[in-house]
Design a protein around this ligand. Structure first.
Ligand SMILES: [Zn+2]
Length: 406
């Protein structure tokens, strides 16, 4: 049993946050067992110089691109060909794959992220290594081997059957075999995946209640080329619908240039969206229709999209979520919600993680706030969203275990 004195900042909804000052948090068997104003014991860790927030959730990130963060480009397809694809090739080498995975997860927990939904390079060994290191460090992760079997550079191209078979093997070996790790089927996007590969993936994932992730409507050229490849589809979203890739466990990255018919398909199928504002800014992909998608009640959450995004920090992503919107004002309460509780909802894990509540797993991030005793809830929340990257993260816990301590 572990007892901690701290100040809890907890997301309730997109318009509500609670702040519990000088509160005692008890952790037992990886779960939060009590939250109280008083304690009878003097045996507790004192984190009263910190706020304690739920561990941050990154719903879309490319682990194998971690080392090329900040590589400038004018557009997505140029960026992929110049930086991302050659970098992913390097993870064919086991030692390189180990180094990138270790550095990625260490940085991730250092920045307060406890759950990540990950694309690895299209090599089985790169994905396998990511799982092993995630287990070793103790993070919560949903990891998939990127699949691409056409219209790709030769060095990343896979045979259709092999791409699928390796994914199945990884799914069998890692999905829900340990408490914190799951597999996600990962066809990169319609441009680099054959109809056969998408159909096999969609059918299997649906039958086995598995996660699927892919990219949708990030860039105009990507959309035009996709529609040329699939002339029987009226729009990009229909391509994924046709191959059975949409559903409640599907996470669609980006979804920027999208019309009402497509949003209706996303809503009807219960598919989810990973919104990546830092990446959208950096690669100049465009503005996510935040207000429209929110009003349509389609479930979405925030993501770093490293290395399309420059930083793995979800504190940075929260800030960018506001900055990227020209007209809609994303409040600090909203940004915080979309990086925590709503992230958990997108993954169907809101009963387990996403907020600090008795019975939930103790995925927690402790962040030092100067002069915390003199600050009100609104000031602290705003500081978290706009200055969070400048604040020191003191500790990160996943299921009650410290995975990072400064
Ligand atoms: Zn991406």
């Amino acid at each position: 049993m572990k007892k901690i004195k701290t100040n809890i900042l907890n997301p309730i909804s997109s318009s509500q946050v609670e702040y519990l000052k000088n509160t005692f948090l008890t952790i037992e068997n990886g779960k939060i067992s009590s939250i109280s104003k008083e304690t009878k014991t003097s045996d507790f860790s004192d984190h009263s110089d910190c706020i304690c927030i739920p561990g941050l959730i990154d719903t879309h990130v490319h682990l194998s691109q971690y080392f090329i963060r900040g590589s400038h480009s004018s557009n997505l397809l140029h960026w992929l060909n110049t930086y991302a694809f050659p970098e992913e090739l390097k993870s064919k080498d086991l030692e390189y794959a180990k180094k990138v995975a270790r550095d990625f997860f260490k940085d991730s927990v250092r920045k307060g992220t406890t759950t990540s939904v990950i694309y690895t390079a299209p090599f089985k060994q790169a994905c396998e290594t990511a799982f092993q290191i995630a287990r070793e460090i103790g993070v919560r992760a949903i990891i998939g081997k990127t699949m691409m079997d056409c219209n790709s550079p030769d060095f990343l191209l896979q045979d259709t059957e092999v791409a699928f078979k390796e994914s199945l093997e990884l799914f069998e070996k890692w999905n829900n075999k340990t408490k914190l790790l799951e597999y996600v089927f990962t066809p990169r996007f319609a441009l680099t995946c054959s109809s056969k590969l998408m159909q096999m993936t969609g059918d299997f994932a649906k039958q086995n209640n598995a996660y699927i992730q892919t990219h949708l409507s990030e860039n105009h050229e990507e959309i035009r080329t996709t529609l040329k490849l699939f002339p029987d589809c009226d729009n990009y979203t229909q391509v994924y619908e046709k191959f059975n890739l949409l559903g409640p466990k599907t996470i669609l990255g980006h979804v920027i240039h999208i019309d009402d018919n497509e949003l209706d398909i996303i809503k009807e199928t219960g598919s989810k969206i990973a919104h990546c504002p830092d990446s959208n800014f950096f690669i100049k992909s465009g503005e996510f229709p935040f207000e429209k998608i929110k009003n349509k009640k389609i479930s979405f959450a925030l993501a770093s999209d490293v290395a399309g995004g420059t930083s793995i920090s979800m504190l940075n992503v929260m800030k960018m979520c506001n900055y990227r919107q020209q007209n809609y004002i994303v409040s600090p309460t909203e940004a915080f919600y979309y990086a925590t509780l709503c992230g958990a909802k997108v993954l169907g894990k809101e009963k387990i993680i996403g907020s600090i509540k008795v019975g939930k797993d103790a995925d927690l991030t402790f962040i030092k706030i100067p002069e915390i005793e003199n600050k009100e809830k609104e000031n602290i929340l705003s500081e978290l969203v706009y200055l969070g990257t400048e604040r020191k993260i003191k500790a990160t816990f996943v299921a009650g275990k410290p995975v990072f301590q400064s």
